[in-house]
Ligand binder design. Structure first.
Ligand SMILES: *[C@@H]1O[C@H](CO)[C@@H](O)[C@H](O)[C@H]1NC(C)=O
Ligand SMILES: *[C@@H]1O[C@H](CO)[C@@H](O)[C@H](O)[C@H]1NC(C)=O
Ligand SMILES: *[C@@H]1O[C@H](CO)[C@@H](O)[C@H](O)[C@H]1NC(C)=O
Ligand SMILES: *[C@@H]1O[C@H](CO)[C@@H](O)[C@H](O)[C@H]1NC(C)=O
Ligand SMILES: *[C@@H]1O[C@H](CO)[C@@H](O)[C@H](O)[C@H]1NC(C)=O
Ligand SMILES: *[C@@H]1O[C@H](CO)[C@@H](O)[C@H](O)[C@H]1NC(C)=O
Length: 575
């Protein structure tokens, strides 16, 4: 992995901090420590906490790794640098008897001492997965980070919620991630005989939620966090998913959107909205500004149209979910924001297409809220679920203590948040909502929010990665992106794996193209992140660049210069 770019970034990372301070100690420092479980015995001595190193194995340069039985992240990862892979089991009784005992596993990838950049990177999970996120961790190791993630206290695939017990809910909600950071820092310091100089976080979706939750919970965990498409508002997101599923399933309303209608919708949205953002380039850059007229596709021919009832379903999925139930005296209250225009291709994930409902399917009500031994059916859903969800807040997972982030801000912590505007799993409006809520919660003490918290919208990107019909630039080194490209064959795409397993092909570790490197520079050198150039590859994903474009810190957006090639980043600026 010693490419020119990699050596350059490694050098840049090394000179900036503690390696420079090591002086004569650096020779000893550069020897590889022992990658055996027994060398970590008794390293962690915290009250109520038991730490057992289950396994420590050395992986050779360009090696691969799979953890058998990992239901959350079952894929083999390849192209690893030389490192030590460890799994650790933790139990924590500190919350007893107020809350049940905590129990979770941690995975660590520890690069050889000479490749370690003296930093630690914690990586988040995905949806409801129980499993160590080795693919996410693998990306970070190439930069030189010691990386870690947790199984979040259970073992399951992402769409499985049947594991819920009070103990596991708290672990999934925040305890496993927090404890993993505490324990991880001690194990890393022991391994290299040196404390990490900086601590970072990267996660998308549930991973995004975990990052926001942790900086609200403990300001000392991280110096910089990279938060993608965060599922931060769990208590409202989940009822809303159920609500839109009822729209699909209600046979009286008869407004079910079949696969054909989803495709008709997506095609028509692109036709009407593309040029409205000022540039006809097959990308909907400002979905909120598009005036979309659905009547153009209402007719009686189902091969090219929607019925009026189906159109109503679509309008409700784009619209906000409002309820009048509860203490708001009959007035509407917005519970959750609907998807943006351009997200339609991904809608099928939550409610299937032509056959059964898939994925979350009222599991939240069944397992997280009401703990039922039998099914929960769509007919049982009512707006009361929202109130129950707010009251129960399963696992205290929701990251809504907006003002608590002031401690993180005060100690110099930085946040980069991003969201794909074509995301059909979590509405990008909820990320802007989080940004807005932070500004209001901090009131006059917020200062210049852009000096510590920046939010980037990514036109045409779906949930965390990929862009489907738009082929909009979506690859900017964000969590999961590089490992998805390595997993293309395993994802059943019929495409070959490509990329280097980290960063952006052709721009490895270059902070102009790689948002994680940009975050490091912001935290450590104070270089504000004005823009990051996102890359799109040709549709066969063979590695050829199709187009590049900057993504911009909100409220700025990419503006075309009116003359250059629209497919080249240099023709755009943030304004
Ligand atoms: C649901 O009930 C089962 C059986 O009583 C119990 O073991 C489990 O902890 C409960 N789960 C929750 C989330 O309360
Ligand atoms: C153990 O639990 C306590 C209370 O929740 C928490 O403060 C502490 O960080 C936890 N430690 C670990 C290693 O899980
Ligand atoms: C189903 O749709 C009908 C007609 O729009 C509506 O009156 C009814 O409340 C819906 N039922 C549920 C359970 O949402
Ligand atoms: C509504 O108000 C009553 C009385 O103030 C309070 O006890 C109750 O918890 C409130 N319910 C909700 C859902 O906020
Ligand atoms: C609440 O909003 C819905 C749709 O957004 C609307 O049809 C309804 O009239 C509103 N109700 C009240 C009480 O404002
Ligand atoms: C966030 O605030 C901006 C104004 O600063 C506003 O234009 C936008 O609609 C708000 N969005 C959400 C989702 O709160």
């Amino acid at each position: 992995m010693m490419t020119v770019a990699f050596s350059a970034i490694l050098y840049a990372l090394l000179i900036s901090n503690s390696f420079a301070e090591l002086g004569g100690g650096s020779l000893r420092q550069r020897q590889s420590p022992r990658c055996v479980a027994s060398s970590f015995a008794n390293v962690v001595n915290l009250p109520g906490v038991t730490v057992t190193v289950e396994k420590a194995v050395s992986i050779a340069e360009r090696g691969s790794y799979t953890e058998s039985g990992n239901q959350g992240f079952p894929n083999t990862i390849d192209m690893l640098p030389a490192l030590c892979a460890m799994t650790v089991k933790v139990t924590n009784t500190s919350d007893v008897p107020t809350k049940p005992q905590s129990s979770y596993r941690i995975g660590l990838f520890l690069p050889t001492a000479s490749n370690w950049n003296s930093r630690i990177l914690t990586v988040g999970g995905a949806s409801f997965s129980g499993g160590i996120n080795w693919p996410g961790m693998s990306e970070g190791t190439h930069y030189g980070f010691a990386t870690l993630s947790t199984d979040n206290g259970h073992s399951s695939a992402g769409s499985d919620l049947s594991w819920a017990t009070p103990a596991r809910l708290y672990d999934w909600g925040y305890r496993a991630l927090h404890g993993s950071v505490v324990v991880g820092k001690l194990l890393v310091a022991h391994y290299y005989s040196n404390s990490p100089s900086y601590s970072y976080y990267a996660g998308c979706s549930t991973g995004g939620r975990q990052g926001l939750k942790e900086i609200q919970y403990d300001a000392n965990s991280f110096d910089g966090v990279l938060v993608g498409a965060p599922a931060w508002d769990t208590m409202h997101l989940m009822p809303w998913i159920s609500k839109i599923a009822t729209l699909q399933l209600n046979t009286t309303a008869n407004g079910r959107l079949r696969a054909t209608q989803l495709s008709i919708l997506a095609t028509e949205v692109l036709r009407q909205c593309d040029a409205q953002d000022g540039v006809k380039d097959n990308i909907i850059s400002q979905p909120d500004q598009c005036r979309f007229d659905i009547s153009k596709i209402i007719c009686s021919d189902p091969s090219r149209c929607l019925t009026r009832a189906q159109a109503d379903t679509a309008l409700k999925i784009w619209g906000d979910y409002t309820i009048t139930t509860g203490n708001n005296s009959g007035r509407n209250r917005t519970v959750y924001n609907g998807f943006a225009l351009s997200s339609e291709d991904q809608w099928s994930v939550y409610f299937g297409t032509d056959s059964a409902l898939v994925d979350f399917d009222f599991s939240y009500e069944r397992y997280f809220l009401y703990n039922l031994s039998s099914q929960y059916t769509w007919q049982q859903y009512s707006d009361q679920v929202v109130l129950d969800s707010e009251r129960i807040n399963p696992g205290q997972a929701t990251a809504n203590k907006f003002d608590a982030v002031s401690s993180y801000r005060n100690k110099g912590g930085k946040i980069i948040m991003y969201h794909g505007l074509a995301d059909g799993l979590i509405s990008p409006k909820t990320s802007l909502g989080y940004y807005n809520a932070t500004i209001s919660a901090l009131g006059s003490s917020v200062g210049d929010i852009r000096s510590w918290f920046r939010y980037f919208e990514v036109p045409g990107m779906q949930h965390c990665y990929f862009s489907n019909r738009f082929n909009a630039p979506w690859d900017f080194g964000a969590p999961g992106q590089a490992s998805q490209l390595r997993m293309l064959p395993a994802l059943g795409t019929g495409l070959k794996a490509f990329g280097d397993g980290w960063s952006v092909p052709g721009h490895l570790g270059d902070e102009r193209y790689d948002v994680l490197s940009a975050l490091v520079k912001w935290v450590e050198e104070g270089t504000q992140v004005e823009q990051v150039i996102a890359t799109a590859f040709t549709e066969d994903l063979s590695g050829k660049v199709y187009r590049t474009r900057p993504i911009c810190a909100w409220p700025e957006r990419a503006v075309w210069d009116g003359k250059g090639d629209v497919n080249v980043a240099g023709s755009w600026r943030c304004a």
